[in-house]
Write a protein that binds this ligand. Sequence first.
Ligand code: HEC
Length: 153
Amino acid sequence: MKTQLAIALALGAVTTAALAGPIEEQIRFRQSAYSFLGWNTAKIKAQAADHPETFNKDQVIAAANAIAAVANSNLLELYGPGTDQGTGWKPTRLKPEYFQKQAEVKELEATFIKEANELQKVAEDGDVGEIKAQFGKLSASCKGCHDLVRVRE
Ligand code: HEC
């Protein structure tokens, strides 16, 4: 009986871990997602803000689509308990305070998703000035979250 119970509990633990993914895996996916966001936001910044003479509508649309897809992929699922400690591609920079600031985090995440979806629409329209302005709003939403829950480098 005892052995059966132990096996059942062990299987239960495996199933739960499989849903959220082990800690190191959550951190790795999270770091991958944000690096990919960084690559795509850098392209929009270069083409719409810093060097508008290089503006390429198709590339900006592709980058905005990628950003919106990542933003809408439920990234907060990758912030399971214990993921403020551990190493993905590198040691995590998530502050332990993350877990005490859930209301603020959810609000910041909602703003980030809203601004990413808006950038996708504005990119389709192709007006460089509007893209630049909307990109500013998106970047502010990234920074808001970093200031709150990301360890400074
Ligand atoms: C919900 C909060 C939140 C939002 C919104 C957010 N980030 Fe982050 N970002 C983090 C956290 C936390 C980390 C550290 C992840 C880790 O190390 O586990 C991070 C890490 C990063 C990194 C470093 C990735 C690496 O490991 O090399 C980049 C680049 C980045 N974010 C860019 C962005 C950009 C660009 C946006 C907006 C388009 C954004 N982030 C939006 C919380 C956020």
